[in-house]
Design a protein around this ligand. Structure first.
Ligand code: SP5
Ligand code: ZN
Length: 341
């Protein structure tokens, strides 16, 4: 399978994130993509192509234009206040607060985000739109007749909703790809999110729609980030009722429980008669992931790829999380190699 990759991901290089009550070196770092790309080349997965630029309208099919404009301007507004270090928000509205957008950049960061772990840097905007191009070029590859494609997106996207960022995600690459597939002729698209964390952004984007079915296997929100979405009783609303599925699993879950959830999800996708599949491919389910609590082992990822391949759908894999930098390449590419078998 072809890989789509852009060097522009390096432009997003956060120094510190707030985690565990302290500022630590950001785990979502450029070397993640390097490890994955090196493994793609090592196993000879297929050609590695550069993305083509796509129009901003494709982004605005999913994201609010005001939010996109905010992301584009955030760094210059932040530095205009005399700061040269990465931008982080500090407080959020809770029950009883007003929902008005502030004028000050610090207030805008809060207004358009849900966590303090996702720094905006000098190159975040450029990197984020390059990741979207990586996803949309993947869609072009599928529409040209390929059975599958690997969009090596960075920064990741699945926590980003229509008008907010968080969880290291700014623009929702997988959601933008799914929408592009719809706009270019697919009647039904399924998004299968196998990242360790719930894909809250993707879920919320498609929650009231029946044309994009979202399914996610992830750490139980009772225990795990993002905490406030991802329960099993979230089944969609309005026209989307019955077109959303969550598989929350407790900390410590291994491949027995995880693969049972995957098999159920694949049955749902098959019954839905999707025309195309987008996989939000996070490998932070790995036993040695530094911020996660599942127990998957490297060979398990081959089996995940085989199971997904059995759906026999045109499939776009979009890279999401995975922070065990040494093993992320083997694990992510195992999914792709298993799919190609
Ligand atoms: C794309 C993606 O995988 N985003 C994940 C963002 C998670 N950020 C917050 C994680 C907090 C985890 N707390 C556990 C600390 C381990 N000592
Ligand atoms: Zn994750």
């Amino acid at each position: 399978m072809k890989t789509i990759y852009s060097e522009d991901h390096r432009l997003h290089h956060a120094r510190l994130e707030l985690i565990d009550g302290t500022l630590k070196p950001a785990v979502e770092m450029p070397s993640r993509a390097d490890t994955v790309l090196a493994r793609v080349r090592e196993v000879g997965l297929g050609s590695v192509d550069t993305p083509t630029r796509h129009p901003r309208t494709a982004i605005e099919r999913v994201h609010a234009p005001a939010y996109v404009a905010f992301l584009e301007q955030a760094w210059s507004l932040w530095t205009a206040t005399g700061r040269a270090h990465d931008a982080l928000p500090l407080n959020w509205p809770i029950r009883g607060f007003r929902g008005r957008e502030p004028e000050a950049i610090d207030g805008k960061l809060s207004y358009y985000s849900f966590d303090a772990g996702s720094p905006i840097t000098a190159g975040t905007w450029q990197a984020a739109i390059s990741a979207v191009d990586v996803a949309l070029t993947g869609v072009d590859v599928l529409n040209a007749g390929a059975r599958s494609v690997f969009s090596l997106c960075r920064p990741p996207g699945h926590h980003a909703a229509a008008d907010y960022y968080g969880g290291y995600c700014f623009l929702n690459n997988a959601a933008i790809a799914a929408q592009a597939l719809r706009d270019q002729g697919a009647a039904r698209v399924a998004i299968l999110d196998v990242d360790y964390h719930h894909g809250n952004g993707t879920q919320s984007i498609f929650y009231e729609r029946s044309d994009v079915y979202f399914l996610s296997i992830h750490g139980d929100p009772l225990q795990e980030f993002p905490y406030f979405l991802g329960y099993a009783d979230e089944l969609g609303e309005a026209s989307g009722q019955g077109f959303n599925r969550n598989y929350p699993l407790r900390w410590g879950s291994g491949f027995d429980l995880w693969s049972a959830a995957l098999k159920d999800a694949c049955k749902v996708i098959s019954d839905y008669r999707a025309d195309a599949l987008v996989v939000s491919l996070g490998v932070d389910t790995f036993e040695k992931d530094p911020i996660s609590q599942f127990k998957l082992k490297s060979p398990d990822y081959l089996e995940i790829g085989r199971t997904i391949a059995a759906l026999k759908l045109p499939t776009l894999f979009a890279m999401e999380g995975g922070y065990a930098v040494a093993e992320i390449g083997v694990n992510a590419v195992n999914v792709l190699s298993g799919f190609d078998e």
